[in-house]
Write a protein that binds this ligand. Structure first.
Ligand code: PLP
Length: 372
């Protein structure tokens, strides 16, 4: 700790400006060209992004939407899932995954996570009933669920498979990209995501041409041709500015992902202490490290200790969806999902972002090690 003073460094939990300045010139040129084009919603940039992102993921089709939540609920809707249906989802996800289900009137059925923070594939089958219509897999923190087991279960029980890839852009299972294993992959490009826009944006990817077509119509008030509405849809259009900026960022995804993997490797190599449980990468997968999440029983102490030294940390997420006020009507109680609840009580996300400087990370590591 010698050489540092508490005022020497301020480490934020996330720094989105670094990611902007890194490609500043390209972003600014693209923004200007879109502003000057006179075309602002659903145009060439959106079309190009959809082609580029489909190619990037290896999916047949991509449809740009207004947010990650829209991608989730529209996917669930277009798969014909609604009132009276059940969708299996992991208990420790961000609440948007669950809202994607409940907005449609369907019921979320929670499954505990495994040691990688992903849905525990061995606990899915016991939750299947004759109302179960789909499994929603969330590749949380940029790690990857056990896709072989999960696709087998879905095939065996004739269930739809939806992937929430809001945190897993570019993550691989046996070389195949998340989002392409089932019926539909749902992405968010919220600014803090690995592939982030400069506002809200989202997309679905799919290999089903009919589903892609339905989504294209649904997002634009249910119309294919202007003022001729086939179905009751929504306004969930991706705008040209966000799509253009996403095209710029997508062209750098290889180095953005590689950098995150290296930052994670440094944390994993240099952090020590018996009180900390470090995250690990599942065999045969490539994690893209949306967050670097540790676990400790001394979380509150550690957070305060780091805060005193200028380091901000976050909890993803302090309240699991089954205990959220919004979902009291589901009738769950503390104790129903002990693993999920234990994670909610002990997880801590360390500062982690594109462009994180070596001295910022080293200072964070030194402070944590001096605590333990
Ligand atoms: C961010 C996120 C979403 C929602 O995306 P928005 O673009 O904010 O609507 C959904 N699921 C997960 C796991 C997320 O992290």
């Amino acid at each position: 700790m010698k050489g540092y003073t508490s005022s020497a460094m301020k480490i934020m939990s996330n720094r989105m400006d670094y990611g902007y300045f890194r490609y500043q010139k390209e972003f600014e040129e693209k923004a200007l060209s879109v502003l000057r084009s006179g075309w602002y919603v659903l145009g060439n940039e959106v079309r190009t992004f959809e082609e580029n992102f489909a190619a990037y993921t290896g999916a047949g089709y991509c449809v740009g939407l207004a947010s990650g939540l829209d991608a989730l609920w529209i996917a669930v809707r277009l798969l014909g899932i609604g009132s009276g249906d059940e969708v299996i989802v992991q208990g420790n996800t961000y609440i948007a995954s669950v809202m994607g289900i409940t907005i449609n009137g369907a019921t979320p059925v929670f499954v505990e996570p495994d040691a990688y923070y992903q849905i525990d594939a061995d606990k899915i089958e016991e939750k299947i009933t004759d109302r179960t219509k789909a499994v929603m897999v969330v590749h949380l923190y940029g790690h990857v669920a056990d896709m072989e087991k999960i696709t087998d279960i879905c095939r065996k029980h004739h269930l739809k498979l939806i992937e929430d890839c809001a945190q897993s852009h570019g993550a691989l299972y046996k070389g195949q990209m998340t989002g392409t294993f089932g019926d539909v992959g749902c992405f968010s490009f919220y600014p803090s995501k690995n592939l982030g826009a400069f506002g809200d944006a989202g997309a679905i990817v799919t290999n089903l041409p009919g589903l892609a077509e339905d989504a294209r119509i649904f997002r634009n008030y249910g119309s294919e041709k202007r003022y001729y509405n086939k179905v009751v849809g929504a306004n969930s259009r991706l705008d040209e500015l966000q799509a253009g900026l996403l095209n710029v960022r997508l062209s750098h995804m290889k180095e953005i992902t590689e950098e995150r993997r290296q930052l994670a490797a440094v944390y994993s190599r240099e952090l020590h202490g018996k009180d900390l449980i470090l995250p690990k990468e599942r065999e045969d997968t490539r994690a893209v490290w949306h967050q670097y999440v540790i676990r400790t029983k001394r979380r509150r102490e550690l957070m305060e200790y780091l805060e005193e030294r200028g380091i901000s940390t976050l909890i993803h997420y302090p309240v699991p969806p089954h205990l959220a006020e919004a979902y009291t009507h589901l009738g769950h109680h503390r104790g129903d999902f002990p693993v999920t609840e234990d994670y909610a009580d002990t997880v801590l996300s360390l500062p982690f972002y594109s462009g994180m400087r070596q001295e910022e990370q080293q200072y964070t590591i030194d402070c944590i090690n001096s605590f333990v």
